[in-house]
Design a protein around this ligand. Structure first.
Ligand SMILES: [Zn+2]
Length: 227
């Protein structure tokens, strides 16, 4: 038996005497967490203690435009077709999970919430654009989304936030409340998408970089006067 068995106050006190586990943070730990209060909150809300704010749509606007442009030019490309079919299937599965009996049994993570996307008539292209753009943003700015867990978490959340949350009545609170996806659902959906479109996102990033190199080369040449 450990000295903490049945002695939570002692476990708390001993834990809180230690510093936070995040590098260079010397605040005391909070409760039984290995992090201080603010790092614990970041870990819970964002999937990583080192992330101090959520990724916003404005953070990766450039990447979304990039992805949209490449997808529009490549609607027949097998990787694009496959990704769009996968997303279409997810939304369809979500629609089934959304309808009664709403037992939530599905192979697809966060199926119920994907049902919301389906009933808001979200085009699979929009899901692909957001997800692929976020992956590219992560490849280009790894410090902004510092771990796999934070990436999958953010990815699932950005996709589920394409449409407003469902509002439900909560008799306990006597008012209507938003029904948010669970943290686990966000992460699992993120993993599911990453597995299926990670390669395509990489191909799009490569294509965009290639075009930029060509453009730089053209402007370099244009600066050299002809004889
Ligand atoms: Zn800390």
């Amino acid at each position: 038996m450990s000295k903490y068995t049945n002695n939570w106050p002692l476990a708390y006190a001993d834990n809180q005497a230690k510093p936070c586990s995040v590098r260079d943070c010397y605040y005391p730990r909070y409760g039984i967490s290995k992090y201080c209060k603010s790092h614990k909150s970041n870990d819970y809300r964002l999937g990583d203690p080192r992330m101090n704010r959520a990724i916003r749509e404005s953070d990766y606007r450039g990447e979304r435009n990039q992805v949209r442009e490449v997808i529009e030019k490549n609607t027949e490309h097998p990787a694009v077709v496959k990704a769009l079919n996968t997303i279409q299937g997810m939304l369809k599965e979500g629609a089934d999970a959304f309808n009664p009996p709403r037992d939530g049994t599905s192979e697809i993570p966060a199926a119920y919430h994907l049902g919301r996307l389906h009933y808001h008539n979200i085009d699979p292209v929009e899901v692909l654009v957001r997800a692929a753009a976020l992956l590219i943003y992560h490849y280009m700015n790894p410090h902004m989304i510092p771990s796999t867990k934070a990436l999958t978490f953010t990815l699932g959340w950005r996709v589920l936030a394409l449409v407003p949350m469902e509002r439900m009545s909560d008799p306990g609170k006597g008012r209507r409340v938003y029904r948010y996806p669970k943290e686990r659902e966000k992460r699992e959906l993120g993993e599911y998408l990453w597995d299926r479109i990670g390669l395509l996102a990489y191909m799009i990033k490569y294509k965009a970089e290639e075009e930029q190199r060509e453009q730089e080369e053209r402007s370099r040449l244009a600066r050299i006067p002809l004889e």
